[in-house]
Every structure is written in C-alpha cells, then in structure tokens.
Design a protein around this ligand. Structure first.
Ligand code: AMP
Length: 213
C-alpha cells in the first residue's frame, strides 16, 4: 500500500506505520527518523536540520524534497510505503504530487489521525525513544523493562530534545499552522480518510476497510 499518514506529533503515526508494515511489507518512511539519524551522524544534512528540529520548527521544504526524491526511488519502496511525517506543508504536498506523477505512481489514501490536544500533550511529555533503534516507549503505559535501556536493542532510551514542554507546544502550533491545512488539500483531491485515533487497531481497521484489504 502507498499511504500518507497525517496527524499531529504524538497522534500515533509511527505506531500505526510500524503495524502496517507487517501487513504487506510496505516500508515506513519517517522524515523525522531520517533527520535524527543525520544529526546523530553529524552529516552536512544533520547540521543543516539540527537547530530547527531542536526548536520544534520545520526544516526547509527544499531539504526535505531533496531527501524524499532520492528515498522514494530506492528498491524497498517497490512493495509500497507509509509516509510518516511527510508532507508537512502545502508546497511539500504539491512537490510530492508532481514527483509521484513523474514516477507514474498513485497513493491509495491519505489518513488523517485525529487526537485531542490534551491527549497529545500527555503522550509526548511521557514518551521516550531509543537512540539505537527508534523503538518508542512511554514512562506511564509502556516503560522499558530496565529504566533507560531498550528491550529490543539495549540502546539508551531517552526523552527527545524536541519533547520538552516548550518545544512540544511549538511543534503543535507549527502543526496547526503549516500541516493541518493538508487535510483540506487532500480532501479536495478526494483522497482523505479521517480517523479518530481511539486505538491503533481502530485506525488500522479503518485503513484496511478503505483500501479494500
Ligand atoms: P517528527 O519525528 O516527524 O515529529 O519530526 C521531528 C522534526 O523533524 C520536526 O519537528 C521537524 O523539525 C523535522 N521534520 C520532520 N519531517 C519534516 C518535514 N516533512 N518537513 C519539515 N520538517 C520536518
């Protein structure tokens, strides 16, 4: 399947994407993960993205489109892909539309995962992430067996730099201003599936239903 997962930070896009990859071998493409890996490796891309990411602002559309033009051509995209955290602005959505037309590809649907702001704030301030493999934990509902150590890879489980209360509040404002308008964009294209994210399973069922799986 070829999907875009829209939704505010903390709406559960990553969790839903990970579950969907197991259904048909589609690959999860998270621009946030790509950028965090670049920052950790100290590459030129990482240096260009680091300050904006730390503040919870968006990195430039040019930088993101440069990454995605290459990424979508890779072999593992042949079985489908789940775009998690991309596109994030109307110019990115327009550039993606052009790119897919050039590649002769079509998305199955665009899923907007809707979660109330209070739930998101609570989830993000208690979220912890493995710096090794990206596994997501929650200090309240799903802590690692040993505090600070990833169950899967033994890496360090930490709070992301952009998950302080100040950065989270900025990320939500940025989302409302720059990314939320994408729902209208894809509604006009007749591609929008709006889902209340009561549980990941409910989101997956709605997607399967929509694309006839
Ligand atoms: P995420 O893990 O998706 O919340 O992304 C973390 C951070 O990476 C965001 O707050 C942005 O600074 C940056 N980022 C990720 N994806 C994009 C994108 N499509 N456009 C611009 N900035 C992005």
């Amino acid at each position: 399947m070829k999907l875009i997962l829209l939704g505010a930070p903390g709406a559960g896009k990553g969790t839903v994407a990970k579950l969907l990859t197991k259904i048909d071998g589609s690959v999860q493409i998270s621009t946030g993960d790509i950028l965090r890996a670049a920052v950790a490796a100290g590459t030129e891309l990482g240096k260009q993205a680091e300050a904006a990411m730390k503040a919870g602002d968006l990195v430039s559309d040019e930088l993101i489109m440069g990454i995605m033009r290459e990424r979508l051509k890779e072999d593992d995209c042949k079985n489908g892909y789940l775009l998690d955290g991309f596109p994030r602005t109307i110019p990115q959505a327009e550039a993606l539309k052009e790119l897919l037309a050039d590649m002769g590809e079509k998305l199955d649907t665009v899923v907007d995962i809707q979660v109330p702001r209070e739930t998101i704030l609570d989830r993000l301030t208690t979220r912890r992430t493995c710096t090794g493999c990206g596994e997501i934990y929650n200090v309240k509902s799903n802590p690692p067996k040993v505090e600070g150590v990833c169950d899967k890879c033994g890496g360090s489980v930490v709070q992301r730099d952009d998950e302080t209360e100040e950065a989270i509040s900025n990320r939500l404002d940025v989302y409302n201003e720059q990314t939320a308008p994408l729902a209208g964009f894809y509604k006009n294209e007749g591609m929008l599936l709006e889902v209340d994210a009561t549980s990941s399973d409910a989101v997956i069922d709605a997607i399967k239903n929509k694309i006839g799986m």
